[in-house]
Design a protein around this ligand. Structure first.
Ligand SMILES: Cc1cc2nc3c(=O)[nH]c(=O)nc-3n(C[C@H](O)[C@H](O)[C@H](O)COP(=O)(O)OP(=O)(O)OC[C@H]3O[C@@H](n4cnc5c(N)ncnc54)[C@H](O)[C@@H]3O)c2cc1C
Length: 805
């Protein structure tokens, strides 16, 4: 064993092997992989080896494509066969809703270059003859589906890495990881110790235990998973070609050819966690006892839908555990607060995702950035609220829903309510229908008296549509009240606070008592945050941003802090917010405070400490609705009193509660982008229309050089607004944008603009097309709907209402 290495990868499953290969391929060859037993001895060896490109997140779908296409490369680099079978696949729909789901996946695949096709039941039955077509209404054909040999793939990665200089220590169990003052790690094992500049936790089934060596509790849990192999099937034997992969969503089963029969796996509703608290170290190349009763319901449906399976009988059953994160996507990246510690775990589809995870992580380690948008698998999407019990509830929910549709307006029920603000019960009593973001409950819309506070899940406009419309009109015509607590907020203090913020943010800091909007960029000039910055005076700043990105941003902030002179603190739910928005917002605020809130005293983008309803508050004059608006921030223990005072003072002004659905409609009418939708690390500020908030006259800030280069070239694409000729289904995001018969871009978000009476969508298209107003179509649920490009926001393009005096 070496005594000092650049990287120690812990875990020789498919994921650790891929990380090792990608590091070595990129030139980091002083890397070792440490495996407790034989390679593949966690969940990898008993996997079915299936792979596909279907994923709810387009960026993860792209990584799945990369993974599948990588197998040829590693076969060549290693001389080790991966036994690649690209059979193509049919995903079968048994209901019209499922057909909608497949149409969306197919449309999205167009701009991702995945080449999927919607096919008829007859066509599906022609290419997948063992199905009984009476149970289906249509299908999605996916050319990039198939399977590989799990052991072959893992060994191919490792051999290819070894050929580049990497080393592998098998039968060596890591027993501890300890940080050293210089940022490196002491890795102890039962065969000796080494010092590693970087540690990668790719411990798979034991990733939690390996994490605990470093004081981490990772949000992952293993579930038991069963597949079975049938006896000989005459149709399979007679088939000229290898039988296609198939998913039967209604039966919750997937299948592929195995020998002369089929392999059938299930994601049953009553999934069972395995070793929920601790994974035994002596579990190696073992399977769990089969439990056919648990999957009997799925099998029954499967046998009905594919009668040949029942006739063939079951030859063998495999029950093995593998890990999941609460949302089913991998858990990858650097850990906030642990220098040079990286995770690559919770990978539930190692043969579709392992290559992409290895590529992203190796880029991140070597270049400080994953190189593409990996938000959907970034470990930072979870906070400390993702406890073991939360993870358990969510993973079980996710497993049981693996083949169920997640509708765009659907809020999943498990582990809720988790985090709540003091007014939660009050909002509930007012008919709030809640969503959850970063574990925190927030109102989506309010059911008026007599209406049940429940939303139908659908791809089309829901029963909330009319009520959201009423909320929108109340904001535009009178005044609305929105809880803004789900924003993230950070307090930045210290002698160096201003200078540090100037360096880390792209816009100039506001003067005392003022607010500015500021993007945050990485060194490549890509958007990694968009914030409202408030200067509270005396070297104290508040930074407001997206709630879901709190850990993501803190990780960046903290890793860029100087050794002294600046302190940053997430205020989480210590400081809570209520927003007033609408033409009567000033009148309402003036009733609650003795301070002068006239336009002269408190103009647009002001920020002041003042007493509101006798409570200590900070008030920012800003709104995301496009109306005159104020955000009132108070300590958490004052929120309830503030809320009650606002209600009492606003009753005769037509005050109405509004929620996130309304905010979305109003901001679309203003063409305002949103973090994680329009603003993501794949876009530059010029592309996103945020260039005016980047001040290159500042001598130095992160990303400045890249911005200057970018400005010289001009943006490749642009964020634009479309008015869509939609009827009962609006764009939701991820639809392709067509122009003159070709797919030229994608939608980032959409919805109905209730006050302008039009269906709206925001999306990216090539910059040269962004001045064309016609010739566009947006594919919604399989139909190309005509769309007109709007050259300016539909509501109040000059922004006079926000600045209203
Ligand atoms: C029945 C079944 C069917 C499946 N079918 C598919 C499929 O069709 N397609 C698909 O993509 N995925 C499938 N999977 C999932 C797939 O197996 C996983 O996604 C994949 O194996 C995850 O790999 P990993 O490297 O993260 O974890 P693991 O395979 O668990 O590897 C982790 C490795 O780390 C080692 N390790 C842990 N702790 C230490 C330590 N302290 N010191 C040294 N070494 C350590 C372990 O020994 C182990 O070898 C299936 C899983 C099961 C159970």
């Amino acid at each position: 064993m070496k005594s000092h290495v650049q990287v120690a990868v812990i875990g020789g499953g498919v994921v650790g092997a891929s990380v090792l290969y990608h590091l070595a391929r990129a030139g980091w060859t002083d890397v070792v992989l440490i495996e407790r037993d034989e390679l593949t001895s966690g969940s990898t060896w008993h996997a079915a080896g299936g792979m596909h490109t279907l994923n709810g997140d387009p960026n993860v779908a792209k990584l799945q494509k990369y993974t599948i296409e990588l197998y040829k490369e590693i076969e060549e680099a290693s001389g080790q066969s991966c036994s690649i079978h690209i059979t193509a696949g049919v995903d079968l729909a048994g209901t019209p809703e499922r057909m909608d789901f497949l149409k969306l996946a197919c449309a999205r695949a167009r701009y991702l270059g995945l080449g999927m096709e919607i096919i008829s039941v007859d066509e599906a039955a022609r290419i997948f003859p063992i199905m009984d077509k009476r149970h289906f209404v249509g299908a999605l054909y996916n050319p990039l589906e198939g399977h590989v040999d799990p052991s072959g793939v893992t060994h191919a990665y490792v051999k290819a890495a070894r050929n580049l200089g990497a080393e592998v220590y098998r039968f060596t169990r890591v027993t501890g990881t300890k940080p050293r003052p210089d940022g490196s790690w002491e890795v102890t094992s039962d065969k000796g110790n080494l010092v590693a500049e970087h540690v990668v936790n790719a411990g798979g089934l034991w990733a939690r235990e390996v994490g605990r060596f470093a004081g981490l509790e990772l949000p992952i849990l293993a579930m038991e998973h069963q597949y079975l192999i049938t006896g000989e099937i005459p149709e399979v034997v007679a088939s000229q070609k290898e039988v296609l992969h198939a998913i039967d969503f209604e039966g919750e089963i997937y299948m592929r050819q195995e020998g002369k029969g089929m392999l059938i796996g299930t994601y049953e509703k009553g999934g069972v966690p395995w070793s929920p608290r601790e994974t035994p170290w002596n579990f190696t190349h073992e399977l769990l006892p089969p439990d056919l009763d648990r999957i009997a319901d799925s099998l029954e449906v499967g046998f009905r839908h594919f009668p040949a399976l029942e006739r063939a009988g079951i030859k063998r059953v495999v029950n093995g555990p593998f890990t999941f994160a609460p949302d089913g996507n991998p858990v990858v990246g650097p850990i906030r607060g642990l220098r040079n510690y990286w995770v690559a775990c919770g990978v539930m589809a190692g043969f579709s995702q392992g290559g992409g995870v290895g590529l992203a992580l190796s880029n991140w380690m070597i270049h400080g950035d994953p190189g593409f948008d990996v938000w959907a698998m970034d470990v930072a999407r979870f906070g400390d609220w993702a406890t073991m019990a939360y993870t358990n509830a969510k993973v079980r929910e996710n497993y049981s829903r693996r083949f169920r549709i997640r509708f765009p307006n659907e809020e999943l029920a498990a582990a809720r309510p988790l985090r709540m603000t003091p007014i939660y019960d009050r909002l509930k009593a007012r008919g709030a229908v809640f969503g959850s973001a970063f574990g925190l409950e927030h109102a989506l819309w309010f059911a008026p008296e007599g209406v049940e506070p429940r939303e139908d899940v659908t791809y089309r406009r829901s029963n909330a549509h009319a009520h959201v419309g009423d909320e929108c009109r109340a904001v535009r015509n009178a005044v609305g009240l929105l809880e803004t607590s789900s924003f993230s907020k950070y307090e930045v203090t210290g002698d160096g606070a201003g200078a540090w913020l100037e360096r880390i943010l792209a816009n100039r800091l506001p003067r005392e008592g003022r607010l500015t909007l500021s993007p945050m960029l990485n060194a490549d000039g890509k958007l990694i945050g968009d914030f409202t910055v408030a200067n509270a005076g005396r070297g104290r700043y508040f930074v407001f941003g997206s709630g879901v990105a709190e850990q993501y941003h803190l990780r960046w902030f903290e890793s860029h802090l100087p050794p002294s002179g600046v302190a940053i603190r997430a205020l989480r739910t210590e400081m809570l917010g209520l927003g007033l928005s609408g033409p009567k917002a000033r009148e309402l605020l003036s009733r609650l405070t003795g301070d002068d809130v006239s336009n002269a005293a408190l103009p647009f983008l002001s920020f002041r400490a003042m007493d509101v309803a006798m409570l200590p508050a900070h008030v920012g004059r800003i709104s995301f609705t496009g109306e005159l608006g104020y955000e009132i921030w108070t300590p958490a223990d004052c929120q309830l009193a503030l809320y009650e005072s606002i209600l009492a003072a606003g009753a005769d002004l037509g005050l109405r509660h509004f929620g996130a659905r309304t905010l979305n409609s109003l901001r679309l009418e203003k063409s305002f982008g949103n973090w994680a939708r329009e603003y993501r690390p794949i876009y530059t500020p010029a592309e996103a229309g945020l260039d005016r908030f980047v001040d290159v006259s500042k001598a130095d800030f992160v990303g400045r050089d890249a911005v200057l280069r970018d400005r010289a070239q001009g943006p490749a694409r642009r964020l634009v607004t479309f008015v869509v000729d939609a009827t009962e289904a609006d764009a939701i995001g991820d639809e392709p944008v067509w122009h003159d018969g070709k797919v030229v871009g994608w939608i980032t978000s959409g919805g109905y603009g209730h006050c302008v009476g039009r269906s709206l969508a925001l999306g990216y298209i090539p910059a040269p097309l962004s001045t064309d107003t016609s010739g566009f179509e947006i594919e919604i649920l399989g139909e190309r709907r005509p769309a007109a490009l709007a050259l300016q926001p539909l509501h109040d393009p000059a922004g006079e209402r926000m600045r209203r005096s």
